[in-house]
Ligand binder design. Structure first.
Ligand code: C2E
Ligand code: MG
Ligand code: MG
Ligand code: MG
Length: 287
């Protein structure tokens, strides 16, 4: 029958995967022109110091606009950028943009930027970061780079050297989405992370006794390790209270603030008096 033929044809042409291929190709084409056509932008989400209530830093999150003005989420375009190598160019653009926004808004001490393992492995990455700092006049102490645990990054000597070079520039190195991969614990042994972001899934599971205990244990482990702790995904006042009770110092989430444009950030946060003198980065020896 025609129906059976249709099914066979579907099996042969596999329209679902053909569509997925189209989407990937469209994104790849878009990424090629993203910087030139100003389709890539950064939005900023506040990070609150739980003890003082102050917004000391913001996280830069990338957005990609399609030609019709609608947004493609990073979960779709970052993997394509990584596969095609565009992430190098795009990543450097993001660091430069975050630096100039930081200076132009004068609202927060530090900005954290998500960095792909592809960037850390690329030769000359730390050198290009150094020249961005020199060009923009931003002190490296005002930047943090977030590395996501889920990524398969085999930590060989080149990556470790790159991280050391970034630390030498004053840049803090944060571990993102802690607990979502299998690598987290071994990464903690290998890399001198300045701060660890506990994945929001642990917070959201903490309404059961078992989930709460697990979160407590993770916090204890990280505290013993000596890293600063941030928890992601604060969506309610109750969750912020829980974070306070657990003694976690930094918090981020929709309840504290949603990602917003640099103009919105400028309007919602008050100017800081002396942006050029942030608190010194805590070294392992001092904590
Ligand atoms: P991430 O770095 O863990 O960023 C946090 C994500 O959680 C963001 O999604 C943010 O909008 C979302 N989020 C923040 N607060 C809440 C909350 O309270 N509840 C919930 N449900 N979600 C919350 P977004 O912007 O879609 O980014 C997704 C991921 O894409 C990021 O996860 C990061 O891994 C990656 N990404 C974003 N921008 C960049 C970039 O410039 N470079 C690279 N390499 N990766 C990026
Ligand atoms: Mg992040
Ligand atoms: Mg995260
Ligand atoms: Mg994430």
């Amino acid at each position: 029958t025609a129906k059976a033929d249709g099914r066979n044809a579907a099996r042969i042409y596999n329209p679902a995967s053909a569509r997925a291929r189209d989407v990937t190709e469209n994104i790849a084409a878009l990424l090629k022109i993203a910087i030139e056509k100003e389709l890539a932008t950064l939005v900023y989400q506040p990070i609150q110091d739980v003890r003082t209530g102050r917004i000391g830093s913001v996280e830069a999150l990338m957005r990609l606009q399609m030609l019709d003005g609608s947004d493609i989420p990073p979960s779709l375009f970052i993997p394509v950028a990584e596969r095609t190598g565009r992430i190098i160019e795009l990543g450097n653009w993001a660091i430069r943009k975050a630096c100039s926004d930081l200076l132009a808004t004068n609202r927060v001490n530090t900005v954290s930027i998500n960095v792909s393992p592809i960037q850390l492995k690329a030769p000359g990455f730390a050198a290009s970061v150094a020249s961005i700092l020199a060009d923009t006049g931003v002190n490296g102490k005002r930047l943090a780079f977030e590395i996501t645990e889920g990524h398969d990054l085999d930590i060989h000597s080149d990556v470790l050297r790159c991280i050391t070079d970034l630390h030498t520039l004053g840049i803090a190195i944060w571990l993102d989405d802690f607990g979502t991969g299998f690598a987290g614990l071994s990464w903690l042994r290998l890399i001198d992370f300045d701060l660890v972001k506990i994945d929001r899934s642990f917070l959201h599971a903490s309404d059961t006794a078992e989930g709460y205990m697990m979160l407590q244990n993770i916090v204890r482990l990280l505290r013993d390790h000596g890293a600063d702790i941030l928890i992601e995904g604060i969506e309610t006042p109750e969750q912020l209270e829980l974070v306070r009770r657990l003694g976690i110092s930094q918090a981020q989430g929709f309840h504290i603030g949603r990602p917003a444009s640099v103009q919105q950030m400028k309007a919602s946060l008050t100017a800081i008096k002396d942006a050029a003198a942030p608190a010194p980065r805590r070294t392992r020896a001092s904590r």
